[in-house]
Write a protein that binds this ligand. Structure first.
Ligand code: CP
Length: 317
């Protein structure tokens, strides 16, 4: 297991939700709820990260995660730099670690990293100086912890206590870091029932996602659930010849209003985005009254404020 803590036990890095305790998740969600309300009022500004330097390094594309980490840092008074990796000396062959050592020599305190390769985040965390924190912005198919937290916050805001809820995670679960982090946080918060739903080739290995019921048809998987979390097919993690046919996928696994009617009438629909409308989700659902997809985006800023404050607030001066 990755060591994410300082000697005093406090969270220094957030690379995975594995090993994060329930009380720590509750504390993060509590702070995020505070910031979500302040954001809605237009008053989410403070200086708890004054003097802190945050760098984002994204080796894969991103809209929401990158923008919301930047906004979160600025709202807390940090200086935030987005390093354009494709214009950096990594293109000339510089390693990730040498890039990180350079940022450390430039007195960056927090490094927010997205990478396609499993293990890079832990490798960086094991080599940075003790005052530097490493935050995952998404790692391969493994982990997207701030996405898991914002999903939990959004579900709690709209549906109340998670231990009362049946939650279905639907689609390309095998290749999804979002599914893994969502599963970890919903399990930690003791969701009443967890289901994974998808075609056999996109479900994970049988030993993964313990405690989840598996469904290969969408109709059965959605029956009576409170929360439906839809996922994009992660084409970038497939061999080109194995990407499912879009029309066929939508015909069997696309979330339409008729299929959503299998869930509880007050069920909510999540999607981490980017969405492929007409492949995993119909526009009538994505833009419909049960969708909380845009609330997830807003909560991304609140959650990342809570995480930055938790790992780096003590650095502020
Ligand atoms: N949900 C998510 O990670 O979106 P981005 O890829 O746009 O950051």
């Amino acid at each position: 297991m990755i060591d994410q803590r300082r000697a005093d036990g406090s969270l220094r890095h957030l690379i995975t939700l594995e090993g994060v305790r329930r009380d720590e998740v509750e504390a993060l969600l509590g702070r995020a709820q505070h910031y979500a309300r302040a954001l809605a009022r237009g008053s989410a500004y403070n200086r708890v990260l004054e003097g802190v330097q945050v760098a984002t390094l994204f080796a894969e594309p991103s809209t929401r995660t990158r923008v919301s980490f930047e906004l979160a840092g600025r709202r807390l008074g940090a200086q935030v730099l987005n390093l354009e990796l494709q214009l950096s000396s990594r293109v000339k062959g510089e390693s990730m670690l040498d890039t990180v050592y350079t940022l450390q020599a430039l007195y960056f305190d927090v490094l927010v990293i997205r990478d396609a390769e499993a293990g890079v985040l832990a490798h960086v965390a094991a080599h940075v100086a003790p005052q530097v924190s490493v935050l995952s912005a998404g790692e391969a198919h493994l982990s997207h912890p701030t996405q898991g937290l914002l999903d939990a916050l959004t579900v709690r805001e709209h549906k109340g206590a998670i231990d009362q809820l049946a939650i279905a995670i639907v689609g390309d679960i095998r290749h999804s870091r979002v599914a893994r982090s969502a599963y970890q946080v919903f399990r930690l918060l003791q969701a009443r029932e967890l289901r994974i739903v998808g075609p056999p080739g996109l479900l994970p290995e049988s030993e993964e996602f313990p405690g989840c019921a598996r469904f290969e048809t969408l109709e059965a998987g959605l029956e009576g659930v409170d929360v439906v979390m839809m996922l994009r097919i992660q084409k970038e993690r497939f061999a080109a010849t194995r990407v499912p046919d879009a029309a066929e996928y939508f015909a069997r696994y696309g979330l339409t209003p008729a299929r959503l009617a299998r869930a509880r009438p007050d069920a909510i629909v999540l999607h981490p985005q980017p969405m492929n409308r007409g492949i995993e989700i119909a526009s009538e659902v994505a833009d419909g009254p049960q969708s909380v997809i845009r609330a997830q985006v807003s909560n991304g800023v609140a959650v990342r404020m809570a995480v930055l404050e938790t790992v780096a607030g003590r650095l502020a001066q």
